[in-house]
Write a protein that binds this ligand. Structure first.
Ligand code: NAD
Length: 489
């Protein structure tokens, strides 16, 4: 497959400098769609030279728990750009996702997923949709910090940071500005997660104020996603935390006609990775019928990123014309569907042609990659004051009995404020209907709380034989409570 690019190139082709790119063909349908994409890039004389790298199943099997061979890291970091096919993440413990590892290790904070309808040529209920999902790419539950805490309870930590929010939100507004987009919609669940998603929303409002020419709105993710599924044409750019953006972009791609259509660019200030949004599609792998469009359009985003906008437009317009001519793969049409390579050849045959009815693709020559620098923290750091501690205890005691036992060790000047179970207060008040698991949060407070006070509490709990799982300190920042109350407190 990679040999496609090693055959003798035309003279004009050799005169210009080629940009080195690391290339991973991926698993499942990955090799098939990669071959198709390389065929088109070659025919369009894209000025790129590929270094093949091994990531995915082969590397997992060779012992790399994150699916990336050490040589692959070297090649990706030296070129700064990776074009990749989808990768299968093996099920089961011990394996880390290649995609999440790449995004986090290389600082690829922005995931840009443009999705558009191609009606009437690709059947969709939403002919007017043209949406770009900009998904935060490094934080949220994708930190992958998980623990089993007791017999009943498993935990996944959701991490949202101010620098992370600032980077992605500013990226979204800069993207909108550069691409003539009119509106940015932020979607979070800050009616429930007031601190984490609340921060994302607050940063959206703060940074949005720097872009008066762009319309702004915030929606709660559940109704937001429902509106996207039914009226996608009312959206323009959507910015979200990681998990919501992951789900939302698949929904958007699927309602445009096929998940096989949408590209994805993972952008950092130094590195970038371009890929389709879909996975390795094991159900159709090896059949030669996969749609290579997602990866092809990712490669045109890559060409623009490296300053080859002309070639990006050339390929994209040939692709649009191919779609208009009814030359489509089986996920889009049941009438004489093309194989993956037949589709690639159909695109090559149309290089230099423009779409007849669909709007032509324009990749502006002067569009520079967007880089958002996070400002170093300045000013007086907020005053942090310890007000108490949540001590998590594994126990199957009834709340009243647990409270009685805990009260035997509450130090003078301290208070056992409440006990909750899965977030719901079960002591001092509570309802008999609340389902209890073996995982209690016991909140202690004191006007003179200190680290030593926490340690002494833990020693006392150990003395009365309670099974402590973990602690969370309760802070106030500049006098403002910085922890959630129990539900029903
Ligand atoms: P999937 O996206 O691979 O497939 C979902 C459905 O869409 C399948 O029916 C498939 O046949 C179809 N489909 C996907 N791409 C297509 C294409 N180009 N042409 C035609 N039909 C296409 O999702 P999945 O089955 O949930 O995941 C399979 C594997 O891919 C998993 O191991 C998952 O972890 C991995 N994955 C990888 C990436 C990535 O590398 N970026 C992204 C998502 C999932």
């Amino acid at each position: 497959m990679i040999n496609e690019l090693s055959r003798p190139a035309p003279v004009a082709y050799l005169r210009r400098t080629r940009t080195p790119i690391a290339l991973a063909q991926g698993d499942g349908i990955g090799p098939e769609i990669t071959q198709a994409v390389l065929h088109i890039l070659d025919a369009a004389q894209a000025q790129v030279s590929f270094t093949p790298v091994k990531i995915g199943l082969e590397s997992y099997n060779a012992g790399a728990s994150n699916g990336i061979a050490p040589e692959a890291w070297e090649a990706i970091r030296s070129t700064g750009i990776l074009l990749k096919g989808p990768v299968t993440t093996p099920q089961g413990g011990g394996f880390k996702s290649v995609n999440v590892t790449l995004r986090k290790a290389l600082g690829l904070y922005a995931n840009v997923r443009p999705v558009q309808s191609f009606a009437p040529y690709i059947s969709t209920l939403h002919p007017e949709m043209n949406v770009v999902v900009i998904r935060e790419n490094e934080e949220d539950v994708y930190a992958g910090i998980e623990h089993r805490q007791s017999e009943d309870v498993y935990q996944c930590l959701k991490l949202i940071t101010r620098p992370g929010c600032e980077r992605i939100v500013r990226y979204a507004f800069e993207y909108a500005k550069q691409n003539g987009r009119k509106k940015v919609t932020c979607m979070t669940k800050d009616n429930i997660m007031k601190m984490t998603d609340g921060l994302f929303h607050r940063v959206f409002d703060e940074i949005g104020a720097d872009y008066p020419q762009i319309q702004k709105e915030h929606m709660i993710i559940d109704i937001g996603m429902a509106k996207v599924a039914t009226q996608p044409e009312r959206f323009d750019v959507i910015v979200t935390p990681n998990l919501y953006g992951d789900i939302l972009s698949d929904v958007v791609a699927e309602i445009s006609g096929s998940v096989g259509l949408a590209p994805s660019a993972n952008i950092g200030n130094e590195m970038s990775v371009f890929e389709a949004i879909h996975g390795s599609a094991p159900d159709i792998a090896g059949k030669g019928i996969a749609n290579p469009s997602g990866m092809l359009l990712a490669s045109t985003m890559m060409l623009q990123h490296i300053g080859q906008s002309e070639t990006a437009s050339l390929i994209h317009n040939a692709w649009l014309r191919t779609i208009e001519d009814g030359q489509q793969t089986g996920d889009l049409t049941q009438t004489n569907p093309l194989s993956t390579m037949e589709f690639a050849r159909a695109v090559c045959d149309r290089l230099g042609e423009m779409p007849r009815r669909l709007p032509a693709a324009i990749y502006p020559a002067d569009a520079k990659p967007i880089k958002v620098e996070t400002k170093p923290v300045s000013g007086i750091p907020p005053r942090r004051n310890l007000e108490g501690v949540d001590i998590f205890i594994s126990s199957r005691m009834q709340p009243m009995d647990l409270a009685k036992r805990l009260q035997t060790i509450v130090p003078q000047g301290s208070e056992l404020k409440m006990i909750s179970n899965r977030g719901v207060v079960v002591w001092p008040s509570g309802l008999p209907e609340t389902h209890l698991v073996d995982h209690y949060r016991c909140r202690f407070t004191s006007k003179s709380a200190s680290q030593l006070w926490v340690v002494n509490l833990l020693i006392a709990l150990n003395r009365i034989q309670l099974d402590v799982i973990k602690t969370e300190n309760l802070y106030a920042f500049d006098g403002k409570m910085a922890y959630s109350a129990g539900q029903g407190q």
